[in-house]
Write a protein that binds this ligand. Structure first.
Ligand SMILES: NC(=O)c1ccc[n+]([C@@H]2O[C@H](COP(=O)([O-])OP(=O)(O)OC[C@H]3O[C@@H](n4cnc5c(N)ncnc54)[C@H](O)[C@@H]3O)[C@@H](O)[C@H]2O)c1
Length: 479
């Protein structure tokens, strides 16, 4: 099939690459000419592991190209995806201006030559499917008023659940595909489009083998409204789950329990599940806060207050302050102290800094007249470019961050931080204080290396946690 994907960000580029890998002919469109020029040159405007490999494989299969010209691409397509940003407005409401402009542009490019499906892949509030239909129609009316009645199209909602950092695996081997549509013709087109994925009828790439026993993907078909709601409810639940782990961890710290052990203990309950229970300095990223705010806004429009979600935002805000409190407990005075941040990206394996806890932590420390040093394997350049007001001293390595620092804060659990020479780092510091904001290190090992260690919800008591009689020190990861 001929497919256009509008928006070449984290979602659009991966979606385009996957669709083309499955054999469709894809054109990716963006208004950002710099991004398009980079993609045409084989460069990636974002950091996503193995996306370069997928794009080259895709080019040899269905074929993929990049342009700023929506009109030509959409006119030739059977399916047109909208994957533009939907950032929050100060009111919490989703800013739909990019979506609206894309929908108008699609309408302006449509003629009566074929039936087309316009797909909302962006996370959009309930009712946006109908809005897109209206906007596309307006676009047609403006460009070809005489053909308005003959132009045929359907609108589908196909929310995206990929996680940055593992977006390729999430897209090739997802937990489910959700498609909302109001008519059979639209649904049929979407079913055909996703058949290779649903039935796993594609050769797994060498760089991303198919998980053992993975033979098909559940396809959920719903109304437009339910599909839109599924996306918001999923993100809200995940954020709430982490928030719950953080609240329990804060109580663990007070009563002398070990949060890591408690989470492992509850995570083995099939009704709860072990993932997203790691206590830390709070969640971040472009989606959770904005999607919760947007869902809260929608609920308020209907006279309903979602108290659990209000609390989820509040718990997360407080959790980010916890690092500052812990530093104050250890150092008393932060003015003039040098604090080293390990990691800046909102999570490992991405360069994305949107709503990253590191930004708020750095900002607060700088306000308090502390010096801030930082090292991140990928996100330092975007951080210095996008947040020049944050006077952070960027370092070449974690060891350089540690040198003569008064305290280190582990903010992002990059895999390379697991193999640090902790003893060497502790020795090079003015005060060997380590605030482990992701409970990544084994407290015993860190203490042994010379660190004055503190985690989130950890009490530094002797580990007593065993599973089937085997002692576990980093239970969260192992489970
Ligand atoms: N990033 C994620 O992990 C993730 C996961 C699931 C869902 N989502 C949702 O997917 C959507 C896109 O997110 P993202 O992170 O890829 O955003 P992004 O900011 O990385 O990319 C959006 C792109 O759209 C382009 N754009 C804006 N208006 C345009 C227009 N009229 N025509 C063409 N291009 C246009 C921008 O230039 C930008 O390159 C959002 O609604 C987001 O909530 C994101």
């Amino acid at each position: 099939m001929r497919v256009t994907v509008i928006g070449t960000g984290y979602v659009g580029t991966v979606t385009g690459a996957c669709l083309s890998y499955w054999g469709h002919r894809v054109t990716c469109v963006d208004t950002d000419a710099v991004k398009i020029a980079k993609l045409r040159n084989g460069e990636l405007p974002i950091y996503e592991p193995r996306l370069d490999l997928l794009l080259s494989a895709a080019a040899k299969r269905g074929g993929i190209d990049f342009t700023t010209d929506l009109t030509e691409a959409a006119a030739e397509s059977d399916v047109i995806f909208i994957a533009v940003g939907t950032p929050p407005l100060p009111s919490g409401q989703a800013d739909l201006r990019y979506l609206e402009s894309a929908a108008h542009g699609i309408g302006a490019s449509m003629d009566k030559s074929r039936f087309r499906v316009v797909v909302n892949k962006s996370t959009v509030p309930v009712g946006s499917g109908n809005l897109v239909e209206t906007l596309v129609r307006e676009g047609v009316r403006k460009a070809r008023p005489a053909e308005l009645k003959q132009v045929r199209f359907g609108v589908a909602s196909n929310p995206e659940f990929l996680r940055e950092g593992c977006a390729i695996a999430d897209s090739l081997y997802p937990d489910r595909v959700v498609i909302g549509a109001e008519d059979d013709a639209t649904l049929e087109v979407m079913r055909r489009l996703y058949e290779p994925l649903i039935e796993q009828r594609f050769d797994a790439p060498d760089f991303m083998p198919r998980p053992a026993g993975f033979v098909s993907v559940p396809l959920i078909t719903t109304t437009l409204t339910s599909a839109e709601m599924i996306k918001y409810a999923a993100n809200a639940f995940l954020a709430m789950k982490i928030g719950f782990a953080n609240e329990v961890a804060n109580v663990c710290e007070r009563v002398g329990a070990e949060a890591v052990e408690v989470m492992a203990g509850i995570g083995l309950d099939g009704r709860i599940g072990a993932r997203f229970l790691n206590a830390g300095v709070g969640w971040g990223g472009s989606c959770f806060a904005k999607d919760i705010q947007s869902l809260l806004y929608t609920a308020r429009e209907y006279g309903y207050q979602m108290r659990l979600l209000d609390a989820t935002l509040e718990v997360n805000r407080a959790q980010r302050q916890l690092v500052i409190q812990k530093l104050q407990e250890k150092l008393y005075i932060l003015k003039g102290r040098t604090i080293g941040l390990l990691g800046l990206a909102f999570k490992p394996d991405t360069d994305d800094l949107r709503d990253a806890p590191s930004l708020q932590i750095a900002e607060r420390l700088l306000q308090m007249d502390a010096r801030v040093k930082a090292y991140d394997p990928i996100a330092m350049k975007p951080c210095s470019e996008r947040y020049p007001e944050l006077k952070i001293q960027y370092c070449e390595s974690a060891l350089e961050v540690a040198a003569e620092a008064d305290a280190l804060v582990l903010v992002t659990e990059w895999a390379e931080f697991r193999n640090l020479n902790l003893a060497q780092m502790a020795q090079s510091m003015t005060r060997p204080i380590l605030v482990d904001g992701r409970n990544m290190f084994d407290p015993e090992t860190a203490r042994h290396a010379g660190f004055n260690y503190t985690g989130i919800g950890r009490n530094m008591q002797q580990h007593r946690f065993t599973v089937d009689g085997h002692a576990k020190s980093t239970v969260a990861q192992e489970l």
